[in-house]
Design a protein around this ligand. Structure first.
Ligand SMILES: CC(C)(COP(=O)(O)OP(=O)(O)OC[C@H]1O[C@@H](n2cnc3c(N)ncnc32)[C@H](O)[C@@H]1OP(=O)(O)O)[C@@H](O)C(=O)NCCC(=O)NCCS
Length: 201
């Protein structure tokens, strides 16, 4: 991946394994505020290839975020954090754009996030959706989350490709409103609430 250096001297690059500790430290204030999920150092090491970081001119990491593949054509933006002192200067937007470029490279069709800051994402072309349309996410992570009952995260989603660059749509993208965003095949189970969930592979 090409790195981009803006006028501020900051550049976006892929994370390296040795960045895991700094990313962990960067996330902690937001974990304490309850706006980011805790990710242990071991998790960050195992998943470091998901992460992009922005480093300043002194090679200090000032922002980080991950693109986590969830399905053949669906990915989640996770652990997006900008150092408090560097917020509101465009770094978050740059990071999301770089993560979307990464998604395009992998021919990911849709990207979603669960966030306490949905307005930040809607300004970047995301729309608010229902977690019920992300059953794979719900069954894999949400049901195990200690905050499930009091969760205030809002699900936001957007197409990765727009206009002319759009590759052929996967069949599931023709789903009616309310159907899941998922390419998980025909096998499905139904919850008491009426939510139709794919069988997890
Ligand atoms: C959310 C976050 C990543 C935004 O990063 P940032 O670098 O401050 O954002 P930017 O400067 O790129 O802002 C881009 C736009 O979003 C807006 N914005 C930034 N943070 C916002 C928030 N929390 N809520 C709503 N809008 C927000 C900005 O005002 C700006 O709008 P403008 O272009 O009209 O001025 C950052 O505030 C952060 O790390 N928050 C704590 C962790 C978190 O909530 N992560 C997201 C959940 S995955």
């Amino acid at each position: 991946m090409k790195t981009a250096t803006p006028r501020s001297g900051c550049k976006v690059r892929k994370a390296r394994l040795c960045d895991a500790g700094e990313i962990h430290t960067l996330m902690q204030p937001f974990v304490a505020q309850g706006v980011l999920l805790q990710r242990g150092l071991a998790y960050l090491c195992e998943n470091i290839r998901d992460f992009l970081v922005i480093e300043d001119g002194n090679h200090r990491i000032v922002a980080a975020g991950a693109l986590h593949f969830l399905d053949e054509d669906l990915a989640e933006l996770q652990s997006l954090a900008v150092l408090a002192a560097r917020q509101k200067s465009g770094l978050g937007r740059r990071l999301v754009k770089a993560l979307l470029a990464e998604a395009r490279r992998h021919r990911i069709w849709k990207v979603f996030a669960l966030s306490h800051a949905p307005e930040f994402f809607t300004a970047l072309g995301f729309t608010v959706t229902d977690i019920g349309r992300l059953p794979r996410k719900y069954m894999r992570d949400c049901v195990h989350c200690p905050k499930l009952r009091g969760c205030h995260q809002v699900a936001v989603i957007r197409d990765v490709f727009d206009g002319r660059n759009r590759p052929a749509a996967p069949a599931w993208d023709n789903a009616s409103p309310g159907e899941p965003y998922s390419n998980s095949g025909p096998a499905a189970m139904t919850l008491a609430a009426g939510l139709s969930l794919p069988v997890l592979r």
